[in-house]
Design a protein around this ligand. Structure first.
Ligand code: NAD
Ligand code: UFG
Length: 342
C-alpha cells in the first residue's frame, strides 16, 4: 500500500510542485490548505501532470479541531511536509503577530498531534535567511544564526529550534529541516507555477511580468555591491529540483532507522549567480528582451549568499540538476500560460 503523506500548504508554489513529485514517486498525498495564498485550480494542474488528484482538505493548520479531524479521517498518515506559512518579508514587519501566529501555531499544532496519531516524521521548509549576511560563501549548515532581520526570518529560526527541542526531549518523531536558497521557475509542463499576488517583490516574477509587458521595466536594486558585476548574488534553485529534495528527505526519514532524529540540509545549487547574470540567462534562454534599469539598493538586502550543498549531495543523495537557462524558459512558459488564462 502507498505511504500516505500530509502536505500542508500543498496548493502553494513549492507545495504543488512537491505534491507532483511525491505522487510520481508513488506516495499518496493529502493536502490541507486554507487557500490564503493559492488557488483550488492548482489541483487540476497536479492532476493533469500526474494523472491523479490528491485528496484535498480546505482548512487552517492553526485550527487544532480541523487538524485533529483530518488525522482521525486519515489515520494512516506517516509523514508531513509543512509548507503552510506566510512568507512576505515586508508584510511580516508590518504585521508581526500574524506571522508569529500563522507560522508558529501551525507548526506547534502539527508537532503536538504527531505522536498521538503515530506520524513518524516532518519535513520543514526553512530558509537560508537564517544565515543572514554570510561571513563566507558558499555557506554550510554549521554556520551560526545571525540575528533575524524580519519577523518572517525569525519564525524560521524559532521553528527550527522548536522542532529540535521537541525531538531532543524524546518525542517519537523525526525531522528533516530544509533550508531553501532562492526557489525559482515552474514545472516544465507550464501547468503549475508561482501565482503572483499583486506587484511581485521577488526577482523572477517581476522579471517575467516585465518581459510580458505587465510591468514597464525591471529595477536592478544596486550595482555597487562587492560582487563581480556589482549586483547581488544568490543561489537560484529550480523549483522542481527543490520539490525532489522533499521526496528524498521523506524517504530517508521514513525508511532509514539509523539517521539522526533531526537533520538540516542546505538546498541550493552551490552556484552563486548575480541578478544581472540571471537577467542575461532569461534573455538568452527565451530570446525575449527585458527592459531594465539600475536603481538604488533595496533596504535589508543581503549582498551575496550561495549554498554549500555537499551535505545534501552526499548524505541525502540529492543534487540540483536543472540548468538555469531551462529554469528561465520554464518561468517564461508559465508566465505565458497565466496570460492565456486571463
Ligand atoms: P506559498 O504562499 O505559495 O505557499 C504556502 C501555502 O500555504 C499557500 O497555498 C497558503 O494558502 C497556505 N497557507 C498559509 N497559511 C496557512 C494555514 N495557516 N493553514 C493552511 N494553509 C496555509 O509559499 P511557497 O513559496 O510555496 O513557500 C512554502 C514554504 O517555503 C513556506 O513555509 C515558506 O516560508 C518557505 N520558503 C519559501 C521560499 C520562497 O522563496 N518561496 C524560500 C524559503 C522558504
Ligand atoms: N531584485 C531586484 N529587483 C527586483 C526584485 C529583486 O534587483 O525587482 C534583487 C534583490 O535586490 C536581490 C535579488 O534580486 O538581490 C533576489 O531578490 P528576491 O526578492 O527575489 O529574493 P531574496 O533573496 O531577497 O529573498 C528570498 C525570499 C525570502 C527568503 C530569502 C531566502 O523572498 O522570503 O529568499 O530564502 F527569506
Amino acid at each position: 500500500m502507498a505511504t500516505k503523506i500530509l502536505v500542508t500548504g500543498g496548493t502553494g508554489y513549492i507545495g504543488s510542485h512537491t505534491v507532483v513529485e511525491l505522487q510520481n514517486a508513488g506516495y499518496e498525498v493529502v493536502i490541507i490548505d486554507n487557500l490564503s495564498n493559492s488557488n483550488i485550480e492548482v489541483l487540476d494542474g497536479i492532476e493533469a501532470i500526474t494523472g491523479r488528484r490528491p485528496d484535498f482538505v480546505k482548512g487552517d493548520v492553526t485550527d487544532m479541531g480541523t487538524l485533529r479531524k483530518l488525522f482521525e479521517e486519515h489515520a494512516d498518515i506517516k509523514g508531513i511536509i509543512n509548507f503552510a506559512a506566510s512568507k512576505a518579508v515586508g508584510e511580516s514587519v508590518q504585521k508581526p503577530l500574524l506571522y508569529y501566529r500563522n507560522n508558529l501555531v501551525s507548526l506547534l499544532n502539527l508537532l503536538e498531534l504527531m505522536p498521538e496519531f503515530g506520524v513518524k516524521g516532518i519535513v520543514f521548509s526553512s530558509s537560508c535567511t537564517v544565515y543572514g549576511e554570510p561571513d563566507v560563501n558558499p555557506i554550510d549548515e554549521t554556520a551560526p544564526y545571525k540575528p533575524a532581520t524580519s519577523p518572517y526570518g525569525n519564525t524560521k529560526q524559532i521553528s527550527e529550534e522548536i522542532i529540535t527541542d521537541f525531538v531532543h526531549a524524546g518525542a517519537p518523531v523525526k525531522s528533516v529541516i530544509l533550508r531553501y536558497f532562492n526557489p525559482v521557475g515552474a514545472h516544465p509542463s507550464a501547468l503549475i507555477g508561482e501565482l503572483p499576488n499583486g506587484v511581485p517583490n521577488n526577482l523572477v516574477p517581476y522579471l517575467t511580468q516585465t518581459a510580458a509587458g505587465i510591468r514597464k521595466e525591471l529595477t536592478v536594486f544596486g550595482n555597487d555591491y562587492d560582487t563581480p558585476d556589482g549586483s547581488c548574488v544568490r543561489d537560484f534553485i529550480d523549483v522542481v529540483d527543490l520539490a525532489k529534495a522533499h521526496v528524498t528527505a521523506m524517504h530517508r526519514m521514513l525508511e532509514n532507522d539509523s539517521t539522526d532524529p533531526v537533520e538540516i540540509f542546505n538546498i541550493g545549487t552551490g552556484r552563486g549567480l548575480s541578478v544581472l547574470e540571471l537577467i542575461d540567462s532569461f534573455q538568452r534562454a527565451t530570446g525575449v528582451k527585458v527592459p531594465y534599469k539600475i536603481g538604488a539598493r533595496r533596504e535589508g538586502d543581503i549582498e551575496k549568499i550561495w549554498a554549500e550543498p555537499t551535505k545534501a549531495n552526499t548524505v541525502l543523495g540529492w543534487k540540483a540538476e536543472v540548468p538555469v537557462d531551462d529554469t528561465m524558459r520554464n518561468a517564461w512558459a508559465w508566465q505565458c500560460r497565466l496570460a492565456e488564462k486571463k
